[in-house]
Write a protein that binds this ligand. Sequence first.
Ligand code: AFP
Length: 341
Amino acid sequence: MSGITFSAWLRDAQRAHGSLPADLIQTLEVTADACRRISAAIGQGALAGVLGAAGSANVQGEDQKKLDVISNDILLDVHSSGGHLAGMASEEMDDPFPIPDGAPRGRYLLLFDPLDGSSNIDINVSVGTIFSVLEAPAGSNAAEVAPFLQPGTAQVAAGYAVYGPSTQLILTLGHGVHAFTLDRRAAGEAATAGEFILTQEGMTIPAETQEFAINMSNQRFWEAPVQRYVDELLAGKAGVRGRDFNMRWVAAMVADVHRILTRGGVFLYPLDSKTAAKGGKLRLMYEANPMSWLVEQAGGAASTGRQRILDIAPTGLHQRVPVILGSRAEVERVAGYHQGE
Ligand code: AFP
């Protein structure tokens, strides 16, 4: 184990790249603290009565779990008074959340999906928190949507926490992708107890893979290019690909992307006739943009099939897009099929 804490690593990164403002460091440290608290709440599970439905629906019309609400509240709470943020936007809330009156305001905008894959909570399977950091345009009002509508290429930091057998924080600042593991030992048991410790620097996705992730139950709703691509994977050795492929689907994007960052693969939530009217299933600002930047930084690619995801000019805070990301050769193949190749 490196023994390098998340805070120490951020300060090293500041020295190495000379472009990490103090309030961005604070934004990331406070986000890590929120993820530590969310991890603890999830870890208590049924003991703390946090499982099950909250009895409310979010802006997307989806039923909220208690832990969706708890995670959202934790993130809003820890970030409201530090003076590092201008505002926040959450997948769980209709409108941006401005920093409360009287509290100091900073220059960054934080966007997050507080608990991705929350349908996994009650079955004790991995879930996560995804976040994206943008700089607020000078003179902008972070109570409004406009300052948040920046393309993925404008992100200054992006990452996620995955709450699985271990809790890990994965981060990019535009210089590769790095993994930190939460030392879950009790205070007093180890000097690093409660800290995120650097466990992998420079995660890379192999260009080629034999593993894909897609919700196969939607097969009849897909467009022709995706039908063709998946048919070819399923044909295995006997088909045009000349080799067998394996499939995985965790139903939490965080966990599927984490597997791809760890051992390669391709993830697809493509456009289909069920979600076409909404533009797709996954959210651009809270899921697709941060994950696409991480994947690109690890040597992979991310596309809607028709366009690089990071180049999309957002039109709404809760906009949805098709997502195809992971090993570069596979993503380029699917994009090629969309272009009629
Ligand atoms: P929830 O957070 O509502 O569980 O949604 C998770 C998610 O947005 C994404 O993380 C998964 O990849 C995808 O939905 C799973 O979708 P299916 O329900 O089609 O499996």
